[in-house]
Ligand binder design. Sequence first.
Ligand code: NAD
Ligand code: UDP
Length: 320
Amino acid sequence: MRVVVTGGAGFVGSRVCEVLLGTGAEVVCLDNLLTGAPDNVGALRGHPAFRFEQCDVTEGFDSRAVRAALRPGVDLVLHLASPASPVDYLEHPIETLDAGSRGTRAALDLAGEHGARLVLASTSEVYGDPQVHPQTEEYWGNVSSVGPRSVYDESKRFGEALTAGYRRALGTDTGIVRIFNTYGPRMREHDGRVVPTFIRQALADEPLTVAGDGSQTRSLCYVDDLVEGLLAFARSGHPGPMNLGNPHELTVLQIAEDVIRATGSRSRIEYVERPVDDPGMRCPDITLARTELGWEPRVGWTDGLTRTVSWFRSRSQGAA
Ligand code: NAD
Ligand code: UDP
């Protein structure tokens, strides 16, 4: 099995590469390092079945080094390349639109050329600020096409449409997963997402910046669970779209309080302005994944948070 992982040097992608190598697969990791880091795959560099090439997927796969890496064949393309944190995609709006559109098209063409399956890492953001709760795959969403978040939401929605179109028009073997909020080791402490931000603030005994009154909800999935679901989906041949996430729903204020407890911090809570178009609630209905893949998350929030805090602690001690 030869697998191309675009965005493989990111938070989720690097874990995907690691788990795939553990199953005996050969992995070609393609990443332009826009929001990822070479360190994330540093431990894999010497592995005989692992190859990293710096590559911007929006420009295709024509460089000599990338062509050489792909020449022995491709069985599966996992297309994860895209900024994913609101802070990142607001800083890189055009790159985000390009990753979902031109990048997805290039990844689909690559899969088509090799007769490979392509799995698109889509997102719960396609549901926008949802009016159906929990969100099922049948829900079409409530998304602003021009608001600040639209660069991410609409690029993923376009990526889904393109993927479905390639399947219908060209018979490409495709699948779409909608990933809900995922957390764990290797998130960047300044990526702006709620879990790494709160952990960084708590470990420094700084105030935790809760947006609005903190009553908005998110449902947080530990990265190992998510990757297990993603790879089970890839193996299944299912076209999707399929939700992957942990249905355990928490308010943002609860997340802040739990992080303070898990770190033993003296931090207090500071209420800050809510971002524009910040979804009010989010929770996956994972009936489809349970039924089709026999998959569900196994790592509870308390356990996953403890593991993530330990990782952040070990990093800050390493840096000290
Ligand atoms: P991340 O920012 O850590 O990883 C994304 C990776 O893609 C980075 O390594 C980045 O350098 C790379 N990349 C971006 N543009 C690229 C381009 N044009 N060419 C090549 N590489 C490029 O984010 P993540 O959390 O690991 O997310 C991975 C994927 O999963 C994304 O597609 C994201 O939309 C999706 N997703 C993640 C979550 C989550 O909670 N983590 C939720 C929903 C969807
Ligand atoms: N959030 C917060 N403080 C922060 C970062 C995020 O209160 O420092 C909130 C944010 O407004 C949102 C939730 O936490 O309501 C999840 O935000 P995140 O950026 O992690 O993910 P997304 O909004 O993409 O679900």
